[in-house]
Design a protein around this ligand. Structure first.
Ligand SMILES: [Zn+2]
Length: 436
């Protein structure tokens, strides 16, 4: 709740649609008025001949301009700040880009709201104040660290801010303090499990029951593999620093898409070419508007993430819409021999094989002006039975399946366990050496 505490979210999550939508209308009017206090939006509204009083309900969102990553970059450092600098208590920046980052500002109220959203996510997954939570992602400017940390504390959990890396210490802390809820990138969770298996240990012996996985795209097959290795339930988490960070969308125990907290974000799905809304349930680019943020409201932010709104109400009875697993960021899409390929499509195929480990890399090169794709995979620890023939057979089978998936020949290189580089943050899955 905006005033007071609603860390389990019952109030907003069970609100009937009509009440939720009228709440969104009021929140949008307030957001636009707040945004107009920033240099960026004040100019933008003037350029578009927009009077903030024209925004009377959530349906008027279409009158507002889109905001892109480039707009955020151009307004760096403080062009989008909508409050006095004295009100700012924290800033984060976006990750993974070159040049100037994009900076996001939070007031105390913003941090409180974000923590509450994150607490609601954890509560939805079944975590309680009796649980011990280990945060295995990096802290600092990256929002996944502090975002989950504050949310878990808000829920009253026992929080261990382990940060990223140092696998031996991670495992020791989980064992010694009875950690039963973790947050990690899927690739790092896989790395920890494989390390344990290699050492003759069983990840299931850790007793983790809930894993929050996010910060990088990954496939359903990877989730199933991780659940099987650890015996935990893995929940998909969606967020981006422009929208606070984690806590935008999260799965309920039905694991059937991510509920977006619609009391805090207004959701649109558009055709990225025409910028018009797609038909109900169709895939398009996710566009989000902050409904609660005070220090830096962002209107109609083009996330570049491709997804669709799932139909029907969720059996969990929450009224907030659900988004399908992200198909990938439109920026992540590879064009190989003129074909659109998402790394997640490759992952989907390789994760179906128990003889392959969890780490993989897609190499792209160009030979006589023709794109070449080679997927390097590792044999899962303990999966090599000594037969080269079996290995050859498996490699050929994988090559056929990859060809079926993408429509052109894909090379496969099978490597020893642990030979591909490991990332402790976001995994680097694609190495593109085709030149510009
Ligand atoms: Zn649900």
């Amino acid at each position: 709740m905006i005033d007071g505490v609603d860390k389990t979210g019952t109030f907003y999550e069970q609100m009937p649609r009509n009440e939720l939508e009228s709440f969104q209308s009021k929140a949008l009017i307030r957001t636009v008025a707040r945004a107009a206090q920033s240099q960026y939006y004040s100019n933008k509204f003037k350029e578009n001949g927009l009077d903030v009083n024209d925004i009377k309900s959530r349906d008027d969102i279409v009158k507002l301009p889109f905001t892109t990553k480039e707009d955020l970059r151009l307004s760096y450092p403080t062009g989008m700040l909508a409050v006095s600098p004295m009100e700012v208590v924290r800033m984060h920046t976006s990750s993974g880009t070159t040049g100037k980052p994009t900076a996001i500002f939070h007031s105390q109220e913003d941090i409180d709201n974000w923590s509450e959203l994150m607490a609601r996510c954890l509560a939805m997954a079944g975590a309680t104040a009796n649980d011990v939570f280990q945060n295995m992602t990096g802290y600092g400017l990256f929002t996944g660290g502090l975002g989950l940390h504050y949310g878990a504390e808000r829920l009253g959990m026992w929080v261990i801010p382990a940060g990223a890396g140092n696998t031996t210490r991670q495992i020791m802390l989980i064992r010694d303090f009875g950690v039963n809820v973790i947050h990690a990138t899927p690739s790092y969770a896989m790395h920890v499990a494989e390390r344990m298996v290699q050492d003759g240990d069983d990840p299931r012996s850790l007793g983790i029951k809930i894993a929050v996985l996010g910060a990088e795209p990954y496939s359903e097959e990877m989730r199933l593999k991780l659940q099987d290795l650890y015996g935990f339930t893995a929940f998909n988490s969606y967020g981006l620093s422009e929208m606070n960070g984690p806590g935008v969308g999260f799965e309920c125990p039905y694991q059937n898409g991510m509920h977006v907290w619609e009391d805090s974000y207004l959701v649109e799905v558009i055709n990225p070419e025409t910028l018009q809304p797609v038909a109900e349930g169709e895939v398009g680019e996710l566009v989000l508007t902050t409904l609660r943020r005070k220090a830096m409201p962002i209107i109609r932010y083009r996330t570049r993430d491709l997804t669709r709104v799932l139909p029907d109400e969720c059996p969990c009875s929450r009224k907030h819409i659900r988004l399908a697993r992200m198909l990938g960021r439109s920026d992540d899409m590879l064009i190989v021999r003129g074909v659109n390929v998402f790394p997640s499509q490759i992952e989907e195929v390789i994760m179906q094989h128990s003889w392959i480990g969890g780490n993989y890399v897609i190499y792209l090169t160009r030979k006589e002006s023709l794109d070449q794709m080679v997927v390097k995979v590792e044999i899962a620890p303990g999966a090599f039975d000594g037969s080269i023939d079996t290995l050859r057979y498996r490699r050929t089978e994988l090559q056929h399946q990859l060809k079926d998936q993408v429509g052109f020949n894909v090379g496969v290189e099978v490597m020893e366990p642990g030979s591909l580089p490991v990332s402790e943050g976001k995994a680097k899955r694609v190495i593109d050496e085709r030149g510009v």
